[in-house]
Design a protein around this ligand. Structure first.
Ligand code: NIG
Ligand code: FE
Length: 436
């Protein structure tokens, strides 16, 4: 049992979960560093009849309940510690949802119906729907309304076990509206106890008024958006939709150059609709390549040697009704680090539920429940470069826990479209606990 460090020795916000049927620490015994690859992705570091102690925002220890209850510090302070009996429950690290687009106003119901009638995502976009049709709402909206929308999405995520969220702008597509979107993310983040990582996605699509003048819009992203966002510290990452109908690899290199120049990390939407050549982008130390449905064999081989995470978002494949899914098995077996995320957005993936994404990963990507959990926690943390703080239950990491009313961790992916999350602990706090 690890003692609280001197700075944490106060019992303020001390929380002890005991009798946990399965405590999934996600600790690894392989000794391999870096994101989880291959067989290491199956390792959940399970402690049966486990206990977790957190003090303040940090985890102090994860061990057997009997060892926790024998610990002198816990015995001495037991009356002051909030103690929860988690008999019959599974506890795992709070999910890291490393890809979401929560700054939008309306659902896209017309697109939804058109797809049901047979139109594809690209056909709808070409006919004036798609991403561009979410732009007007965001441009017109006040910051307060956008902030409320983001905050309600964050709460919905936490109710389903998510503790860390990457949130992108990308439906403003003007300097002012992208800044307003990022300010809404910041405004929501300060009201939510979990952790939010903001990303500028000014290069989501070329806005209507720049039709045929993409290079001019790319210039605005590089010369106006990126510098101002960096100066105001409104985002940690810059993302680009590098695919057919959006931006080219050359545009992306320009935008990544600007991002690097201003000290921002980079990530990209790639290979969703067509193959994107990844090699020219790798020199930017890309945090993650997301979607990856059409990734080539050559690029898979390149990624096995890099710390760039392949983030799969099967909610988008499901909701767009595509037959094609990203080649998760090939990626994992080749040694690429794979993460899972919701891609929460109004066009292709209107779900805030990581358990649902885990379910899809098992049924459609043929990932095992254990692999899906590791991809949604520890590798999600790597995808956001938060691996030192997030993704596993270990002494010194942030106290982010998801408590599920299930006897076996495999049930988290098994019960489709049913929320078995009892409550989440976000940075040591327990907002809106449904039980206990
Ligand atoms: O990740 N592909 C680009 N962006 C989003 C979709 C956004 C939208 O359709 O509104 C995605 O799927
Ligand atoms: Fe996306």
């Amino acid at each position: 049992m690890t003692r609280p460090a001197k700075s944490e020795a106060s019992t303020d916000h001390a929380l002890l979960l005991v009798n946990i049927s399965q405590l999934l620490t996600l600790r690894t015994s392989s000794g391999n560093s870096g994101p989880r690859r291959g067989k290491d992705l199956q390792e959940l570091g399970i402690i049966k009849d486990g206990a977790v102690l957190s003090v303040g925002k940090k985890i102090v220890s994860a061990c057997k309940t009997r060892d926790a209850l024998r610990d002198p510090w816990i015995r001495k302070n037991r009356k002051k510690i909030v103690e929860l009996d988690c008999a019959g429950q599974v506890v795992l690290p709070g999910f890291v949802d490393s890809h979401t687009h929560p700054v939008f106003i309306e659902p896209r119901l017309v697109d939804f119906e058109k797809r049901i009638a047979g139109a594809t995502y690209e056909q709808i976009a070409e006919a004036g729907g798609g991403i561009r049709s979410s732009v007007e709402g965001v441009r017109k909206a006040g910051k307060k309304l956008l902030t409320d929308k983001v905050l309600s999405a964050l709460h919905e995520m936490a109710e389903q076990g998510t503790a860390t969220v990457e949130a992108k702008s990308g439906y403003g597509l003007t300097l002012d509206s992208e800044i307003k979107s990022l300010e809404a993310i910041r405004g929501a983040a300060v009201k939510w106890p979990g952790t939010v990582i903001a990303t500028l996605l000014g290069a989501h699509v070329v806005p209507r008024e720049f039709h045929g003048r993409a290079h001019e819009y790319v210039d605005i992203v590089c010369k106006q958006m990126v510098p101002l966002v960096a100066e105001r510290k409104l985002a940690q990452f810059v993302d680009v939709f590098t695919d057919r109908g959006a931006f080219t690899a050359e545009d992306t290199e320009k935008i990544f150059d600007a991002a690097k120049k201003h000290g921002l990390g980079v990530r990209a939407h790639v290979c969703q609709l067509s193959e994107t050549a990844l090699r020219p982008l790798l020199r930017f130390n890309v945090a993650s390549f997301d979607h990856m449905d059409h990734v080539s064999e050559t690029d898979i081989r390149l990624l096995t040697k890099s710390e760039t995470v392949a983030t799969l978002v099967p909610g988008a494949n499901y909701f767009l009704g595509t037959d094609n899914f990203p080649p998760a098995r090939k990626l994992i077996e080749s040694g690429v680090a794979v993460a899972l995320a919701t891609d929460y957005n109004p066009g292709s993936s209107p779900t805030a539920s990581m358990p649902f994404v885990l379910s899809l990963a098992c049924t459609h990507l043929k990932m095992s429940p254990a692999e899906a959990i590791a991809a949604a926690t520890v590798n999600g943390a790597w995808a956001l470069r938060l691996q030192e703080r997030k993704g596993s239950i270990e002494s010194g990491k942030d106290a982010d826990l998801a408590v599920f009313d299930v006897a076996d961790y495999r049930e988290i992916a098994y019960w489709v479209a049913s929320n078995r999350c009892a409550f989440s602990v976000l940075n040591g706090l327990m907002p809106g606990a449904r039980s206990h």
